[in-house]
Design a protein around this ligand. Structure first.
Ligand SMILES: Nc1nc2c(ncn2[C@@H]2O[C@H](COP(=O)(O)OP(=O)(O)O)[C@@H](O)[C@H]2O)c(=O)[nH]1
Ligand SMILES: [Mg+2]
Length: 305
């Protein structure tokens, strides 16, 4: 199954919510006027697309309506579709070219970092890549144990430190191991919570310095994982982490269990950072490489019926 068919199932609840909202507004469509635009804007906000996306989309619809480009309900839906699509950055996949490539995975506790690393390890090892997992979440011993299970399952190597040891030093050790073994990719897990937020942000900065110093020429990704079920809360987390780290990509998890998947658009548009993967389940195969056009298409899929 391709991306479109899988995401259609994965975001079914979201798609029903979005189309429910939109159909409510559009069912009596006669023309585009201020009343309709304002109801549409509210419907988009209720769909977790976020205030900023809703405002920008409404403004663009108003402009297009003035130029008499929108005459029917179908015109309106298709205009909205392309406007939303234009707000998403193209996903060109992970940059793993210069080896050993480092993929740093960050985000608060419980969003799905470790699971997502396991799923990425599964994909990469299947492609024949030599992968090392760095158990950088040293805050809880269970975190490294959880990663160890993924290492066994995928055949990836793992480097771990003692509980409470320095996360940056574990990642340093993983980099040394990768250099020695000629690995292709280092997937770095990190803690989602330290004693306070400043500690966490300092730790991330320290990790970034170690990677920069040890592998100045290697490809590097910094991926922020967000739990889509938390809706607008994911947006505020994204804003915080975006200040502390130079993000290259976003991963939205747990889209399978929520009607709040509109947050994918809200976050990506707000940060101007591409969504690289979305999680649609707990299985090793339930991580999809994000495709903007398929996602927006799936969002509108139900409203066609
Ligand atoms: N339904 C669903 N559950 C997920 C997904 N991604 C992760 N999870 C679950 O979320 C929980 C927390 O994941 P974990 O990787 O430990 O989060 P971490 O604290 O950020 O490392 C686990 O029970 C995962 O199985 C997803 O895409 N869909
Ligand atoms: Mg974890």
């Amino acid at each position: 199954m391709g991306f479109f068919d899988r995401i259609k199932i994965g975001i079914k609840k979201t798609s029903e919510a979005v189309s429910g909202q939109l159909n409510g507004v559009l069912s009596g469509f006669r023309k585009v006027d201020e009343e309709l635009l304002s109801e549409l804007e509210d419907a988009m906000i209720m769909s977790d697309l976020g205030v900023s996306v809703a405002e920008r989309a409404t403004e663009e619809l108003r402009r297009q309506a003035k130029n008499e480009k929108i005459k029917s309900r179908e015109d309106l839906t298709s205009a909205l579709r392309s406007i939303l699509l234009s707000m998403l950055k193209e996903n060109s996949g992970l940059d793993l070219e210069k080896k050993p490539a480092v993929v740093l995975v960050i985000g608060v506790n419980g969003v799905g970092k470790t699971t997502t690393i396991g799923k990425i390890a599964e994909k990469l090892t299947k492609e024949g890549k030599k992968v090392i997992l760095a158990a950088g979440d040293t805050f809880r011993a269970a975190a490294a144990d959880q990663l160890e299970i993924w290492a066994k399952r995928t055949g990836a190597d793992i480097v771990r430190g003692a509980e409470g040891s320095d996360s940056a030093s574990v990642i340093f050790d993983a980099i040394s191991a990768a250099k020695a073994r000629g690995s292709d990719v280092i997937l770095c897990d990190t803690a989602g919570r330290l004693h306070n937020k400043q500690n966490l942000m300092n730790e991330l900065a320290k990790i970034a310095r170690v990677i920069e110093r040890e592998l100045p020429d290697a490809s590097r990704e910094t991926l922020l994982v967000l739990d889509a079920t938390t809706g607008q809360n994911a947006l505020s987390q994204a804003t915080e982490f975006n200040k502390a780290a130079k993000l290259t990509g976003l991963i939205l998890t747990k889209l399978d269990g929520t009607a709040k998947g509109g947050i994918v658009l809200a976050v990506s548009a707000a940060l101007g950072v591409p969504v690289k993967f979305v999680g649609v389940g707990e299985g090793s195969d339930d991580l999809l490489e994000f495709e903007a056009e398929g996602f927006v298409g799936a969002l509108f899929e139900i409203s066609k019926d």
